[in-house]
Ligand binder design. Sequence first.
Ligand code: MN3
Length: 243
Amino acid sequence: MDTGLSRRDLLGGAGAVATLGLLAPFFTWEAMASSSKEAGDKPAFAHKLPPLPYSEDALEPIIDRQTVNIHYNKHFAGYVTGLNDTLDKLEKARAAGDFSAIKSLSRDLAFHGSGVVLHWIYFTTVRPKPAGPSDAVRKVLARDFGSFDNFWKQFAAATNQVEASGWGILGWEPFSKRLVIMQAEKHQNLTSWGLMPLLVCDVWEHAYYLKYQNRRSEYVENFKNIIDWKKVEERFATYCSRG
Ligand code: MN3
């Protein structure tokens, strides 16, 4: 099966959510219990690399074709494989009752699982020549950051100053029901539990180095011009409840 994220994104948008009910029916216990336990010793939830939703040169000149090609087909694909391998090993560990490797497997689950989530959000939240943020998006950002400009300044600063490899993340924090900007080191470090990423900027060197070399801030500033705010808004409607 495809990743849950891609499936929900394809179904996504406020209309679909209103029809189906928030996140239902995929996350009822009954649906979980009866879904996709495949024959043989495959992991219960095998993920596949979803197709890139645009051509590899669609983001030129901001992100070059070769970077998109390598980033998607090598790096993103590698995290999908890593996640499936980890799930497979966990299944085998449970079958054998042998949890001697649980510490490294748990680390791998966090690393590859977060890598899959963040890359899917990254590649589906950029597009060529997107419309700017709607008044509704600006209002929500202004509520939590003062203004759109304040939001962007903080997001860009956080992203530019990620130590080594990581991400800038705009996310929904369900405990306080607010938007927050976080940094992620690697894919999984420095998060706040339950945070739902809505907009992410990859600042591992593989995301920009072919074109921008050490000029990370130039890449981040150009990234602003390919953000698909409609997608951010859809994702917000799908995952972020004030209830
Ligand atoms: Mn990456």
